[in-house]
Design a protein around this ligand. Structure first.
Ligand code: FPP
Length: 246
């Protein structure tokens, strides 16, 4: 039986978050520049998005550029931004054909204006698609996001628009960049690293974590299906006992 057939489509995670790691190492193994790894990473992303749509995963969020990535060599940052613009330009049509709505989270104003424009256009063009929401985390970090949410809440309390007593987990979530998206139920990280790296720290509170040694450019939809099958074998207890769940 193929991996695709082993996925129980009645028990799919609603939201899968991915840390696409290992592009640089993949390129190095091949004696190529790091940017070549990122280019191949785009092919992996396309296949994974199509795989998610194929089986019916409604939300997919990928870490495309972290706040910390601004510290990379300038030449790599420029290459990544150019790749982002070219990819969005090229892939928007494919996203529309697949019914994918594009979304972006992060400190987007830090991106080059060309990127922001391209992103805004693609988000607008795909706004009515309903099969899957693909969120790109760009210039994103959780600590930035949580700090921003705290600032906005404080400002609303100060302005008399919010009572301090009304601040609870639900309200806090509504101030995050993911306010309209359910929390991820599965988080996948490639390349054999066992870290969260400042990614969706609040939202991953109850997510199942899946780590694979595969480098991101080698990751394909079958690997996504394997991660989902693994997730479906797990017992999610949310702090309760097995007996309570049964
Ligand atoms: C991590 O690999 C990957 C990134 C920092 C960028 C991710 C980008 C892509 C997959 C392609 C671009 C995406 C879009 C949406 C256009 P790394 O460079 O940290 O690899 P390493 O750990 O092996 O050095």
């Amino acid at each position: 039986m193929s991996l695709r057939d082993q996925v129980d489509i009645n028990k799919l995670p609603k939201h899968i978050a991915i840390i696409m790691d290992g592009n640089g190492r993949w390129a190095k193994e091949k004696g190529k520049l790091r940017v070549f790894g990122h280019q191949q990473g785009v092919l992996a992303l396309r296949d994974v998005v199509e795989g998610a749509v194929e089986i019916g995963v409604p939300y997919l969020t990928v870490y495309a550029f972290s706040t910390e990535n601004w510290n990379r060599p300038k030449v790599e940052i420029i290459a990544l931004m150019e790749l982002l613009v070219a990819t969005i330009n090229k892939e928007t049509k494919i996203l529309i054909e697949n019914g994918v709505r594009l979304n972006a989270i992060g400190d987007l104003k830090q991106l080059p204006s060309k990127c922001i424009k391209q992103l805004e256009e693609a988000i607008k063009k795909t706004a009515n698609n309903t099969r899957c929401t693909l969120t790109l985390a760009l210039s994103y970090s959780s600590r930035w996001e949580i700090t921003e949410a705290a600032k906005k809440i404080a400002a609303d309390v100060k302005a008399g628009q919010l009572n301090m007593e009304d601040i609870d987990e639900k309200l806090f979530s509504s101030y995050l960049t993911t306010a309209d998206i359910p929390d991820p139920e599965l988080m996948i990280r490639t390349s054999g690293e066992y870290r969260i790296s400042n990614y969706l720290l609040w939202q991953l509170a109850y997510a199942e974590l899946y780590f694979t040694s595969k480098l991101w450019p080698n990751f394909r939809r079958e690997d996504l299906f394997a991660a989902i099958i693994d997730y479906q074998k797990r017992e999610r207890r949310f702090g309760m006992t097995s007996e309570q769940l049964n």
